[in-house]
Structure formats: C-alpha cells, structure tokens
Design a protein around this ligand. Structure first.
Ligand SMILES: Nc1ncnc2c1ncn2[C@@H]1O[C@H](COP(=O)(O)OP(=O)(O)OP(=O)(O)O)[C@@H](O)[C@H]1O
Ligand SMILES: [Mg+2]
Length: 318
C-alpha cells in the first residue's frame, strides 16, 4: 500500500560537472557529467523510500530528457508514475569551479505544462492517493500552471482521505495557505517574501507566522530556519526547536530531507514536535553528506536519538 504520494510538477534533469576554472571565450574541459533527477518531490520520495516508508513519486515527463529522468528515478528503486508530456523535461546545468570553489548554476527554462497534462497529473494523483496517508507537493510550478492548481491538489487529497504537505515558494506558496493543507513549510526567506518584509528577530518571525496561520486554512505552519532550527505554529501553540549542531560537509537538499523525515515520523506515529525533530535530523544529515548523495537513514536516526557526536562530518557515501 502507498503511504505517501509525492507530486513534482516541475521536474528537471540536473547535469553536474566540474572544471579547473570557469573563464569566458575559451573552451572549458569538464569532468564527466553526473545526471540527477531533480525536483522536490523526487528527493522526498527517494529519502522516504530509504527510510522504509512506502512512497510513490508522481511527475510529468517527456522527450529524451524525460526518458533519462525516468531511468534515473527507476534506478533509485523509488516507485513512480509518469504523466507523459508533449514537450521535453527541463534541464539544469551546474559547474563546480575547482580553482575558486564557486558553483555556477544554470537553470534552463521549462516548457509549459499543457492544460490537459495538468488535468492528467491531477487524475493520476486521485488514482495514486487512494488509501495514502499523505500527499506531498514539493517544488516550483512550471510555466503554464496557475497557482490555483494547489487548491485542486488539496481537493484531490481530501477526497482521497489523505493529508496534504506543501513545500513550495512564491505565488504557489501563497495559494497553499488558502487551502486546508495539513502542513505548509516555508523557509525564512519564503516567509519574508510572503509578508513582504525582513523578519530579523525571533519575535518578528513568530508574530508573522502566527498572523499568516490565523488568516489561512491550514493546520500547521512549519518555518525552517536552517542553522537556527525551526518554528512550529499551530492553532494552539508556537514551538521553537533548536537545530542539531553539525559541521556541514558540502551536502545540500536540507529542505527536501526535512520534509521526508517529518512525513516519515508522522507515519511512524510521532507527534508533530518529534516528527519535526526527525525532519531536522534529516536536514542536518543532508548537510553532513557531501555531493548529491542521500543521507544515510542510520545517521538521521543517530542524530535524532542524540547519539551522533556534534560536529563530526560523515565521509561521502557515494
Ligand atoms: N547549518 C545547519 N545546521 C543544522 N541544521 C540545519 C542546517 N541547515 C539546515 N538544517 C536543518 O534542516 C532544516 C531545513 O533547512 P532549511 O531551513 O535550510 O530549508 P530550506 O531553505 O527549505 O532548504 P532548501 O535550500 O533545500 O530548500 C532546518 O530546519 C534545520 O533543522
Ligand atoms: Mg526549501
């Protein structure tokens, strides 16, 4: 049975390489490229799968990039369902400059997701979400998709008897607050965008989050604060949790890892505070895991249990 359906409306085939020095005009000899299936919901489903939660990743894909994308998801062992699209899946290109240690990230535009393709995504969601506990909508919306699709996703999730978790930004995030989603997770920058001002102090952040929750239809607003931990705001309480003290080792994907850990915890029967702690452990573990490799579940559980010595980075696992 599927416990979690993740929906990634804007997947991207990520190509990463490295060169000695990024310079104009000259040909830059690069290392062999590495391809990854990118997009919030894909990462969430992969980590859920690694943690032992039955998840299915739902995404639109098309063209030769879509075929490569699908092969990458398949080889990760994650269950998935593809909604075929007429245009090719978007690509992004990342070059690591060995000389400066800087990273250059080029994001190519995605083709519009046609109205019929959007409808097919919603219908596939309805089919996959039967009996599921959670639907996780993660990542940005591709061109052509109105933010109101979040309300459609919420309707489909409710009809399936599941609860909705949303991790997105911009207008899509604003739309998510108008739904009856169970949990919405902005980070601090996204929260500041929502309220249109910088939130420098703890009190500013808490007040802004409480006001947003009060005027929204959602149950929980979870604000992730990177090395400052997280803020959980429900109708009843505001809880601030400190981050795990870790030494980053070049890892990324803290937000997606947090959402996966949190969802896994909720399915495992943890209360919201403990589930967020597990999500925070997953976020911290992602930072301790170099490159694009997934954090090891054992590391996440050690952090959560307080058994991982603070500040000890892990070696690369892939
Ligand atoms: N430097 C850090 N030290 C310890 N924990 C961290 C650190 N950075 C992130 N985390 C953990 O991961 C969680 C999510 O991180 P963050 O707030 O950076 O998410 P995000 O901005 O959505 O990430 P992303 O850039 O991947 O979208 C945090 O709430 C925190 O618990
Ligand atoms: Mg994020």
């Amino acid at each position: 049975m599927t416990d979690v359906v993740t929906l990634t409306l804007g997947p991207a085939l990520d190509c990463t390489t490295a060169t000695d020095r990024v310079r104009p005009t000259r040909k830059l000899r690069c290392d062999a490229p590495r391809y990854d299936a990118g997009g919030g919901g894909i990462n969430v489903a992969r980590l859920l799968h690694a943690l032992g939660t039955d998840a299915v990743a739902l995404f639109p894909a098309g063209g030769w990039t879509g075929k490569a994308f699908e092969d990458l998801v398949r080889s990760s062992g994650t269950r998935f369902r593809v909604v075929p699209t007429s245009s090719a899946t978007r690509q992004s290109f990342c070059v690591n400059d060995r000389g400066t240690g800087l990273q250059y990230r080029f994001v190519l535009p995605g083709a519009a997701l046609q109205a019929a393709e959007q409808q097919a995504c919603l219908d596939a969601l309805t089919a996959e979400a039967v009996g599921a506990r959670f639907v996780v909508l993660s990542g940005s919306l591709p061109p052509g998709v109105p933010p109101t699709i979040i309300a459609d996703v919420a309707d489909r999730t409710r009809a399936a008897g599941a609860r909705l978790i949303v991790d997105t930004s911009g207008e899509a995030l604003r739309s998510a607050l108008e739904t009856d989603a169970y949990l919405v997770k902005p980070d601090l920058e996204e929260l500041e965008d929502l309220v249109g001002q910088a939130l420098a102090t703890d009190a500013d952040q808490e007040q802004a989050a409480r006001q947003l929750l009060a005027s929204s239809g959602i149950a929980i607003l979870l604000v992730s604060l990177a090395e400052r931990g997280a803020l959980i705001v429900t109708r009843e309480e505001t809880v601030r949790l400190p981050a795990f003290a870790v030494t980053p080792a070049g890892g990324s994907g803290t937000g997606d890892s947090m959402v996966a850990g949190l969802t896994h915890g909720l399915i495992d029967g943890l209360d919201i505070r403990q589930a967020v702690r597990l999500g925070m452990a997953a976020g911290a573990a992602a930072l301790m895991t170099p490159g694009t490799a997934l954090a090891e579940p054992a590391l996440i559980h050690r952090l959560y249990a307080g058994r991982e010595r603070a500040g000890r980075p892990r070696a690369a696992v892939a």
